[in-house]
Design a protein around this ligand. Structure first.
Ligand SMILES: [Zn+2]
Length: 199
């Protein structure tokens, strides 16, 4: 489930739609949470869908670090990639704002986590745009991603968290925020995905 103060907006014929903040959203806010309405499939279940479903699933679903195929039920499935994303994953169930997001700013995430089957050309416009986004990117990016997540997490206690009631395990999130447990490293998401991909 994507944050309630976001909405879907058409950007251009080339890019299609994107998700935008309707009001300022401060750093540390949970912007997306894996909730009970999101659909979770195994790769085998996806392969069993009839052919007309395949391009739809390919476009709107993603493969997470545990090898699960996730299809977001709401406009969370339209979140675009940026090489300087507004939100980053904390474990498999949460994405948090890693900087303050202004009203009307596009809410973006890092596709380098998402085990892209094919590398994707990127023209996100960020000064540090990588040009090509591939699933192995996290192997070099993880220290920076971990650092940005670690800076944003303590702020989670100071901001409104409308998505928290929808989390499957909110206590785990607070353990990470309050320092009782270390959040998983972005490097580990990739390692877990490699393990699940190779069986
Ligand atoms: Zn880019």
């Amino acid at each position: 489930m994507i944050h309630p103060a976001t909405e879907l907006r058409f950007i251009s014929e080339e890019i299609g739609y994107g998700v935008f903040a309707r009001e300022p959203i401060p750093r540390g806010t949970i912007l997306w949470v894996l909730c009970r309405l999101d659909m979770i499939f195994t790769p085998k279940e996806v392969a069993a869908f009839p052919p007309p479903y395949q391009p739809v699933l390919e476009q709107y679903s993603y493969i997470d670090a545990e090898g699960r195929v996730i299809l977001c039920w709401d406009h969370g499935r339209y979140v675009n990639h940026s090489c300087e994303p507004a939100m980053l994953a904390v474990g498999g169930d949460f994405e948090i704002a890693v900087r303050d997001i202004a009203a009307d700013e596009q809410v973006t995430c890092e596709y380098g986590h998402l085990n892209l089957i094919e590398p994707m050309a990127c023209r996100c416009g960020a000064p540090r745009c990588r040009g090509l986004v591939a699933s192995g990117d996290v192997l070099t990016l993880w220290p920076d991603l971990d650092r940005r997540t670690a800076i944003a997490l303590p702020n989670a206690r100071k901001v409104l968290q409308p998505l928290l009631p929808f989390a499957r395990d909110a206590s785990q999130f607070w353990d990470w925020v309050d320092g009782r447990a270390r959040p998983p490293s972005h490097r580990d998401y990739h390692a877990a995905a490699r393990r699940s991909a190779t069986g």
